[in-house]
Ligand binder design. Structure first.
Ligand SMILES: [Zn+2]
Length: 262
C-alpha cells in the first residue's frame, strides 16, 4: 500500500511538472504569437489608413466634380462681350460652312451637327441662320447703325451716335459671333429672332439638351445685368460639355462661370 502511495505521489509530481512545463510552453507560444501579431498588424493598419485616405480623397474630388478647374485660356472659353474686346485680329483658326450655308469654327461643327440631328429626330428641328461674323462685317454693321442714328438725330456728335449704336449693334470686337462659336437658330415654328422663339419646340428641346453637346443658352432671361445683352432664346454658344453642363444645370452665365462679372 505504502509503495502504491509513493508511486501515486511521484506520478502526481510528474503530472504537476508536466503541467507547469506545458503552461510555460503555452505562454511562450502565446508570447511569440502576440509578438508576431503586433509586428504584422502595424503595416496592415497603414494600408488600411492609406486606403481610407484614398477613399476620402475620392469622395472629396467627387464632391468637387461640379467645380472644374477654370482654365480660361481654353479656346472654347474665349470671352467676347462689351467688357472684353477680342480685337480685330481674332478669327477662328479654320472656318467651315455648314449644310445650312452658315460659317462656324470647324472645331464645333461635329457637335453642332449632332445636336441639330438629334433635335430633328426628337421632333424639334431647328437650323442656323447665322454663326461666324468677321470683324470687318461687324465694322460694316456698326457703321451702318451709326449712320442711321445720325440721320435720325443729327444733333448728336459722332461719339454720342456710336454710343447709341452700341446699344443695338455690337461694337466691333465685342460680339462672340466673331469667335465662330456662337450660333443663332430658328425653327419652322418660329423664324424670327425675337423673344417668342422660346415658345417653339426647338427652344424647349435646346433648353433640356444643348449642354450635352457643349452648348449653352448664352443670354438667359433675368441675367441681362450680367451679360449686358437682352434675352436671346435663339443664340447658343459652344463652351465644351464640362462648362456647358455646369452653366446650364446651375442656371448661370459664361461670365459667372469664368468669374468675370463686371
Ligand atoms: Zn447671336
Amino acid at each position: 500500500m505504502a509503495r502504491r502511495k509513493k508511486l501515486k505521489l511521484r506520478m502526481d509530481r510528474i503530472i504537476l511538472v508536466l503541467l507547469i512545463f506545458v503552461t510555460i510552453v503555452c505562454m511562450i507560444i502565446l508570447g511569440i504569437y502576440s509578438l508576431i501579431k503586433t509586428l504584422t498588424r502595424e503595416p496592415k493598419d497603414d494600408v488600411k489608413s492609406q486606403s481610407s485616405s484614398v477613399v476620402s480623397s475620392e469622395v472629396t474630388s467627387q464632391g468637387n466634380a461640379f467645380t472644374p478647374p477654370k482654365d480660361t485660356s481654353a479656346w472654347e472659353l474665349i470671352l467676347a462681350n462689351p467688357s472684353n474686346n477680342i480685337g480685330q485680329d481674332y478669327a477662328p483658326p479654320e472656318i467651315v460652312t455648314t449644310n445650312e450655308g452658315v460659317e462656324m469654327d470647324s472645331r464645333i461643327l461635329e457637335a453642332y451637327n449632332k445636336m441639330a440631328e438629334d433635335a430633328s429626330n426628337a421632333g424639334a428641328p431647328f437650323w442656323a441662320t447665322s454663326a461666324y461674323r468677321s470683324y470687318q462685317l461687324q465694322v460694316d454693321l456698326f457703321e451702318k447703325q451709326v449712320q442711321q442714328v445720325l440721320s435720325e438725330k443729327p444733333e448728336l456728335t459722332e461719339e454720342q451716335a456710336k454710343q447709341e449704336a452700341g446699344t443695338v449693334v455690337a461694337v466691333p470686337g465685342t460680339s462672340e459671333h466673331q469667335t465662330g462659336l456662337a450660333i443663332d437658330v430658328v425653327s419652322n415654328e418660329y423664324t424670327s429672332l425675337d423673344e417668342n422663339f422660346e415658345t417653339s419646340k426647338a427652344f424647349q428641346w435646346l433648353q433640356q439638351n444643348c449642354y450635352k453637346y457643349g452648348f449653352i443658352l448664352r443670354f438667359p432671361k433675368g441675367k441681362e445685368d450680367i451679360t449686358k445683352i437682352i434675352y436671346e432664346p435663339w443664340h447658343y454658344r459652344y463652351v465644351g460639355v464640362e462648362a456647358a453642363t455646369e452653366i446650364m444645370t446651375k442656371g448661370i452665365t459664361l461670365e459667372e462661370y469664368l468669374g468675370k462679372v463686371e
